[in-house]
Design a protein around this ligand. Structure first.
Ligand code: GRF
Length: 205
């Protein structure tokens, strides 16, 4: 039997891109079933773009400031992502909320990884907020993006302990290690096996 073509992943980044790197590394194995066909960013000069270039993956940058309005930016981002015909779009540390047009085009296949156990600690500072609250378990959540902030249907969650003496940096790193493994594992499963969403419940058969 001829292997099916690998699923096409477009990954959006804003920073160091360690989650992107984990996907690039996993996709080097044909058995993974997916390849990163493009990496988009909302800013220049970030390590995530360097990682893509080093892997020979095309990149594009859509900075909000480069457009007259947020709607124009959303339209451009939508167009640039669509040009790569993605089966799955992955926000991996992408620090922008997309707009209506993007969600209309990709809302059924746009996922995000967040560094907290949602619905606790949404937003930009998951590990810091978790630490300040004094929780004993922190972690990461992979979910389908909807119009809210970190509110979409949950695909998977992984927890890590909060240790005495943790700082925001040490906790963030512990979460990120578990987060990368979860992302790679579940992206592979989603593209190989498909999924259903019923009443917010995501099932991978
Ligand atoms: C991840 O922990 C993600 O949850 C958060 O930003 C981090 C991105 O890290 N929103 P990286 O750029 O993939 O290294």
């Amino acid at each position: 039997m001829i292997d099916p073509a690998p699923a096409r992943l477009v990954v959006l980044v804003s920073g160091s891109g360690s989650n992107l790197q984990a996907l690039l590394d996993a996709a080097a194995d044909p058995a993974y079933g997916a390849k990163v066909v493009a990496v988009g960013a909302d800013r220049d000069g970030i390590a995530g773009l360097d990682r893509a270039a080093a892997a020979g993956v095309p990149t594009f940058v859509d900075s909000v400031k480069a457009y007259e309005s947020r709607d124009d930016w959303d339209a451009a981002l939508t167009e640039h992502v669509a040009a790569h015909e993605p089966d799955l779009v992955i926000s991996a540390g992408f620090l922008k909320l997309v707009g209506k047009r993007f969600l209309t085009a990709f809302g059924d296949r746009y996922i995000n990884t967040h560094n907290a156990l949602l619905p606790a600690f949404p937003g930009m500072h998951g590990p810091r907020d978790a630490l300040a609250y004094g929780v004993k378990l922190a972690g990461a959540t992979l979910f389908f993006v909807d119009a809210g902030v970190d509110t979409g249907p949950i695909i998977a969650q992984v927890s890590v302990p909060v240790l005495d003496g943790d700082t925001e940096e040490t906790l963030t790193e512990r979460i990120k290690e578990a987060e990368r493994a979860q992302l790679v594992d579940h992206v592979g499963r989603l593209v190989r096996e498909g999924w259903t969403i019923t009443d917010r419940k995501v099932t991978i058969p």
